[in-house]
Design a protein around this ligand. Structure first.
Ligand SMILES: Cc1ncc(COP(=O)(O)O)c(C=O)c1O
Length: 445
């Protein structure tokens, strides 16, 4: 076949490397997900296409829960809905045994619709209107208060119901991390958390059942969790001694790193992200040594991204190629930051589906939006790709299908490959009718 013509250009070579394009490192090429050919998936469901692997969700869940349960006998995972609230994804976690962790009434209703008992719904977050608190409390959900106003309102609800109400309290603390996550919860070191407990006890209507802290996200150092556990345990001891409060659960939130690559990191996250065992060791060592064996509090994990990120892939298609004025080759693909929101902070892997051979060179990868900010990777080495070639972008399972934007074009199909190899659409591609269903043109027009 005649090779396509490309205008000659001069490109700067990196010293010390033998390849004429400056890098001999091979890029992985892969043409299937869980044994299903990418081309077959695109033929059936179009491009771009989100694909979830049920098998990977199972694997990650087992890795997490086994790592913790081996070290501590009372562990419960709660699926963080904001990380991914596609029904099939949540159902997969609930089938495996996860409770639900929600931060709004919308998410609360989603969990209930999936059949999660309110007793197994943890209601977190900084925004809980009175009616939301009232519903959650009447139905028996686990509410972790974020601040004093919620405490006062729950006292009113307890008065109205004429019964004491159990709550958890979200704490924040100094852990030497940047940035300090002090906008959520009540601070320990300043004494505010102690005062809040004292106030709750004095009111006589609230019983503090649990302590919660979500200390950040993508935390690469497990020792920070050790410190978090120590501080929560110390606080539990303090309020036990001073007020006789018996803590039934300690909820350490989420935040474990996935295998994605944060922008600006030198090593790939796959090399620096600790395995679940190291987080488990840090947290469980402290928990196990600090409570009596017959009175261990339930340890709740709200791990989100580290469980779902690697289970999600976007298949995308090259729609244009160009050579920029600085000599860099550019690709335009059909998945932009509208569907891959996490491209703002990750350098995702972009894996060509077919190998045309040829040398690697630096590329910038743009999405299809008519917007300067629509950059999926500002620079990465790729082999030669042409219009119509497919790529896989991953990990893409966390925070994309909850934060994706409907902008310029309709959102695509989302499919899941089941453990047994069956493929099913778990969210249909949007249609114009769906998009405009809620709109109307005023009569006077
Ligand atoms: C309260 C709470 N729990 C759990 C999570 C999940 O965090 P991650 O996805 O980092 O594990 C979040 C995420 O922001 C959160 O706010």
């Amino acid at each position: 076949m005649k090779k396509p013509y490309e205008k000659p250009f001069i490109t700067r070579q990196q010293g010390g490397i033998i390849n004429k394009f400056g890098n001999a490192a091979p890029t992985a090429v892969a043409d299937e997900i869980d044994g299903i050919k990418v081309e077959a998936l695109v033929k059936e469901y179009g491009s771009p296409l989100f694909v979830y692997s049920e098998k990977t969700i199972h694997k990650k869940y087992r890795e997490l829960v086994d790592a913790f349960s081996l070290r501590y006998p009372r562990v419960q995972h709660a699926w963080s809905y904001k990380t991914n609230y596609l029904k099939a994804v949540c159902r997969t976690f609930h089938n495996l045994g996860s409770w639900a962790e929600v931060v709004s009434m919308m998410e609360y209703q989603m969990a209930k619709r999936l059949g999660v008992k309110p007793q197994h719904i943890i209601f977190n977050g900084p925004f809980k209107p009175y009616e939301a608190l009232r519903t959650a409390i009447i139905e028996g959900a686990m509410v972790n208060i974020d601040g004093m106003e919620e405490l006062y309102e729950i006292e009113k609800i307890a008065t109205e119901l004429d019964r004491p109400v159990n709550i958890g309290i979200r704490l924040n603390m100094s852990l030497g991390t940047y940035m300090a996550w002090d906008r959520f919860g009540i601070n320990i070191e300043s004494g505010q958390a102690y005062q809040a407990v004292k106030r709750a006890v004095a009111g006589g209507k609230i019983h503090i059942d649990g302590l919660h802290a979500h200390i950040g996200t993508f935390i690469l150092d497990p020792e920070i969790y050790r410190l978090q556990a120590q501080k929560l345990i110390e606080f539990a001891r303090l309020i036990k001694n001073d007020f006789g409060i018996h803590i039934r659960y300690i909820d350490i939130g989420g935040g474990f790193a996935s295998r994605n690559r944060l922008k600006g990191t030198y090593l790939s996250t796959a090399d620096i992200a600790p395995p679940f065992e190291r987080y488990a060791e840090a947290i469980c060592d402290e928990m196990f040594a600090s409570f009596s064996q017959n009175d261990l509090p339930l340890l709740i994990l709200e791990t989100g991204r580290a469980l779902i990120d690697e289970a999600g892939t976007i298949i995308s298609t090259v729609s244009a190629t160009k050579r920029l004025s600085n000599g860099m080759r550019a690709l335009v693909i059909d998945a932009g930051v509208n569907v891959l929101f996490t491209a703002f902070w990750y350098d995702h892997d972009i894996i060509p589906v077919n190998d045309r051979g040829g040398d690697m060179e630096d590329h910038v990868i743009y999405g299809p939006l008519c917007m300067q900010i629509d950059v999926i990777r500002p620079q990465m080495k790729l082999p030669h790709l042409e219009r119509g070639d497919r790529v896989m972008i991953r990990p893409a399972g966390a925070y994309n299908n909850t934060q994706w934007l409907q902008f310029i074009s309709l959102r695509p199909n989302v499919a899941m490959i089941g453990v047994g190899g069956a493929v099913s659409v778990i969210r249909k591609a949007e249609s114009l009718d769906y998009l405009q269903e809620l709109e109307s043109i005023p009569e006077w027009m």
